[in-house]
Design a protein around this ligand. Structure first.
Ligand code: KG4
Ligand code: ZN
Length: 335
């Protein structure tokens, strides 16, 4: 069985060919660099770049996998959440391919996609998952791949957004999560006292806007070293993410902890999760660095997960792009 997956929800165009066990035969990720000078993703530029890049990427992954559209059994693309214009490029392109080849199309939820990057790992359920990216900060309880309930999310900014805004304030460029991570290595995390909003580990909700204000005030005081501020900010965010996730893992008697999304590239977050899970005898699953960012392998694996539950799973060709996901029960397939 061969599956072609496409992801274009924000500013990364990605395509991959997977086999029936979720193995990757080929994959490409093209990250748009054109947004850096604008200080954030410009939706119109993003969709135009997806249009020009995607056909080439799909051609490359098919060639590398030694296959052609006619040999693909299932076609999958991200339906949402994300930027509508960007989503529509990958969604329409992939639907058209599926229709032309007379094969099923699966519209995939991007959030379920991030969690499914771990589909090929020996995850034991029940599990607790933290999805932490530029747009989302969410804790889920999972009893199986297809049974995933939202426990808590952010009331304002996402954790990645907080990293990006802090980096912007400190003139480190966009996106700035990686820059803060690098700068923080030379800083003292005890140097700047910062608040931990909604800090109780028992509370699964997050709030980062008060922290953002405190960081701005500290920066504007002109009395803090940039590396110290980066280190203090990063440790505050990472401690909140780890302590809340692990509290839910304990409450739920989880056997595994999954972490996914762009911020799971953060070196301190990875180290804290590994150390704290080791102490508790919990297995923690962190994506490879390449798969922390938006990619098509996660979309392909989410599609496979839907197909494992129902071999006839597919979305209608009327399946539309959606900007936001609202609800508590997360499933891979969008209808
Ligand atoms: O999942 P992703 O690629 O896109 C979204 O769906 O949002 O996540 C991008 C986010 C950005 O906010 C970026 O600054 C953040 O992930 N990020 C990091 C690191 N690398 C990327 N945040 C903290 N530390 C990093 N090393
Ligand atoms: Zn994402």
């Amino acid at each position: 069985m061969l599956l072609l997956a496409v992801e274009t929800s924000c500013d990364d165009s990605a395509a991959a060919v997977l086999d029936g066990s979720g193995g990757v035969l080929s994959e490409r990720i093209h990250s748009q660099r054109e947004h850096g000078s604008h200080g954030g993703v410009v939706p119109e530029i993003a969709s135009r770049l997806h249009m020009s890049v995607l056909p080439g990427l799909v051609g490359e992954v098919l060639a590398e996998a030694g296959t052609s559209p006619a040999d693909i059994d299932h076609f999958a693309a991200t339906a949402g959440p994300g930027l509508t214009g960007s989503l529509l490029v990958g969604l329409s392109y992939t639907k058209a391919l599926a229709y032309a080849c007379g094969k099923p199309f699966l519209g995939i939820n991007h959030l379920a996609g991030h969690l499914h990057i771990h589909l090929d790992s020996p995850v034991e359920f029940p599990a607790v998952a933290l999805l932490v990216s530029g747009g989302h900060t969410m804790i889920f309880r999972m009893t199986s791949w297809n049974s995933c309930l939202l426990v808590g999310s952010t009331r304002d900014d996402a954790a990645g957004e907080a990293f990006d805004k802090t980096a912007k304030l400190m003139k480190l460029g966009y996106p700035g999560g990686k820059e803060i991570d690098l700068l923080a290595r030379n800083g003292d995390p005890d140097a700047v006292e910062l608040p931990s909003p909604l800090g109780s580990r028992k509370n699964p909700e997050f709030s980062f806007s008060g922290l953002k204000t405190a960081v701005r005030l500290a920066w504007e005081s002109g009395t803090v070293e940039p590396a110290d501020l980066a280190a203090s900010f990063q440790r505050t965010v990472c401690r909140l993410l780890v302590s809340k996730t692990l509290y839910q893992a304990k409450e739920y008697q989880a056997r595994s902890v999954l972490v996914a999304g762009g911020v799971s590239a953060n070196s301190l977050l990875r180290r804290l999760f590994q150390e704290e899970c080791d102490k508790r005898g919990l297995r923690v699953f962190l994506p490879t660095m390449k798969h922390t960012m938006d990619n098509a392998v996660m979309i392909g694996r989410a599609a496979l997960s839907a197909l494992r539950e129902d071999a006839g799973a597919q979305s209608p060709l009327s399946c539309n792009a959606f900007a936001r996901w609202e609800g508590t029960s997360l499933s891979p397939l969008s209808r």
